[in-house]
Design a protein around this ligand. Structure first.
Ligand SMILES: Cc1cc2nc3c(=O)[nH]c(=O)nc-3n(C[C@H](O)[C@H](O)[C@H](O)COP(=O)(O)OP(=O)(O)OC[C@H]3O[C@@H](n4cnc5c(N)ncnc54)[C@H](O)[C@@H]3O)c2cc1C
Ligand code: FES
Ligand code: FES
Length: 501
């Protein structure tokens, strides 16, 4: 059990929650807040979307989250805003008003979740500086609102499924919101200081139930030693599905979301390479500005990783530790030559990411270790990165195959070629034969044919619901073909942008 204190629509709450309780269960079954709906219970449909506020600079920042897979204990010291809190009958929030005006709702089941996603969009564009740089003035953020892009709209709504209305009226509502006067809800200025930022009171005697919320890496590694059987939870976007989909108990948990060292992004040098140490607990949403600036192709991939709700919570460390062969970031990190740092009570060790993965969902991580940081080297001058994800749906879908290609072109000769694929083996893996076929060769069809042939030895993919063995083998070859075509056509893109990223 954990005792947590948080704000619910501005009202302080202090209560006991079991460590494996989700916010959705807390709301619906314990707090009689049934406006938040349960659809899929797996983070896919967005019916359960809520907003979680955290203190930042002078105001709170609200991010959307799937209540069904977000642990209730992570609310400690935060502000939970649900659809019940947005407006009154007399003054609806602009998101609600716009949905009515634009006929954005029919059966209404998805509507609370969609309204909450629109609320966070409204907040981020009108109330808080965007994109998370305090220097941007209110005026500047209003400017951004006028320029609300297609990509941003898609990102806002990509994690909310609506079966009956269709997205045009909902999109219209997103655009209409800006013209509706905003009357601040009564809770708007509620301060989080009332509930305190200390870790949730925890149950740390090792028994059937165990819960801890460490604040430092030293505390975390000590706890890992004391309770190696306890599961680590970061965003919970993989782990919590074990509870909601497989009905596995999650009674022994260490919440790592408050470990200071896991939350930093620092410029650094490793083995004479400059780059960044990214804390394992850094979310995709926080990573986006770094990637936008230095790895645009990686940033582009993030737009297709899960949904906004998932990106607000999912972490780089969680994606690597989960060791799924179809996790999106490992192939890209392999192509970039990333390293992982593993920490235990005995100290740290640093490994190239490619030796981290052993077999399907097996890694070198020892029972007393955690992933503490990931080193991403800065791309040396002229190095290109291409990342192509193939999935059945553009938004909120896991890859069937993902190819990541890093290389330089020196007088039409390929250098420093690193190619990695997801979905092609039991682990994310480099295509070593294909790399050899291209390294030091001029960009010719013959070189690329040889690389495609080498893929037959590099990988023996499996067939599953996402793609047959034949599909995967052919798709990987086609991505190499795509690279060849784009390089031989003066580096121009060769597919429609909308579906090709
Ligand atoms: C709807 C939905 C869509 C998704 N879409 C995608 C997608 O498009 N692409 C994709 O790659 N993934 C996707 N995912 C999977 C998931 O979001 C990512 O893998 C995410 O990065 C997991 O991070 P997390 O912080 O939520 O991990 P958690 O769920 O908290 O943890 C995952 C695993 O890693 C362990 N762990 C976490 N942090 C550490 C650490 N620092 N050290 C050691 N072990 C650790 C946990 O114990 C657990 O076993 C999706 C998930 C959902 C629910
Ligand atoms: S119930 Fe579907 S995302 Fe939570
Ligand atoms: S209005 Fe029925 S699912 Fe969206």
């Amino acid at each position: 059990m954990a005792t947590i204190a948080f704000l619910l629509n501005g009202t302080p709450q202090r209560l006991d929650v079991s460590s494996d309780m989700s916010i959705l269960t807390l709301l619906r079954e314990h707090l009689a807040h049934t406006g938040t709906k349960e659809g899929c219970a797996s983070g896919d449909c967005g019916a359960c979307t809520v907003a979680i506020g955290e203190p930042a600079a002078e105001r709170q920042i609200f991010n959307s989250a799937n209540a069904c897979i977000t642990p209730a204990h992570q609310l400690q010291g935060k502000h939970l805003v649900t659809v019940e809190g947005l407006g009154t009958e007399k003054h609806l929030h602009p998101a609600q008003e716009a949905m009515i005006e634009c006929h954005g709702s029919q059966c209404g089941f998805c509507t609370p979740g969609i309204v909450m996603s629109l609320f966070t969009l409204h907040e981020s564009l009108t109330q808080r500086p965007f994109p998370l740089t305090p220097e941007l003035s209110q005026e500047r953020s209003q400017e951004r609102y006028q320029e609300l892009s297609q990509t941003r709209l898609e990102a806002t709504l990509g994690g909310n499924l609506c079966r009956c209305t269709g997205y045009r009226p909902i999109r219209d509502a997103a655009l209409r919101m800006r013209d509706i006067p905003f009357e601040r809800p009564h809770w708007y200025d509620a301060t989080l200081s009332e509930v305190g930022g200390h870790p949730a009171l925890s149950d740390t005697a090792v028994g059937t139930s165990f819960f801890a919320q460490p604040k430092t890496l030293a505390e975390l590694t000590q706890l890992r030693l004391k309770a190696p059987q306890a599961r680590l939870v970061a965003g919970g976007t993989d782990l919590w599905l074990e509870s909601t989909q497989r009905l596995m108990p999650l009674e022994q948990l260490i919440d790592i979301t408050r470990v200071a060292e896991l939350l930093t992004i620092e410029e650094a040098t490793l083995e004479e390479q400059t780059g960044w140490w990214v804390g394992a607990g850094v979310t995709y949403t926080r990573l986006e500005p770094l990637f936008e600036e230095h790895f645009p192709a990686f940033a582009h991939l993030l737009h297709r990783l899960g949904s906004q709700q998932i990106r607000n919570r999912g972490t780089l460390g969680g994606n690597i530790a989960n060791a799924s062969p179809i996790g999106d970031t490992p192939p890209v990190l392999l192509a970039l030559g990333a390293h992982v740092e593993l920490a235990s009570a005995n100290g740290t060790r640093c490994l190239a990411l490619e030796v981290f993965f052993l077999d399907y969902k097996k890694t070198v991580l020892a029972a007393d270790e955690v992933i503490s940081r990931i080193f991403i080297p800065r791309a040396i001058e002229d190095t290109q990165l291409r990342v192509w994800k193939l999935s059945k749906r553009r938004e909120d879908d896991i890859s069937a195959v993902l190819g990541a290609f890093s290389y330089r072109v020196e007088q039409n000769v390929l250098r420093d070629v690193r190619i990695a694929f997801g979905g092609m083996a039991a682990i994310p893996k480099r295509a070593q034969g294909a790399e050899v076929a291209l390294e030091g060769n001029t960009i010719t069809q013959a070189a690329f044919r040889a690389a495609q042939k080498a893929l037959d030895d590099d990988f023996h993919p499996m067939s599953d619901v996402r793609g047959s063995q034949h599909y995967r083998q052919q798709a990987a070859k086609n991505l190499l073909e795509r690279l060849y075509l784009s390089l031989s056509a003066s580096d121009h893109e060769v597919m429609l942008h909308a579906y090709a990223h």
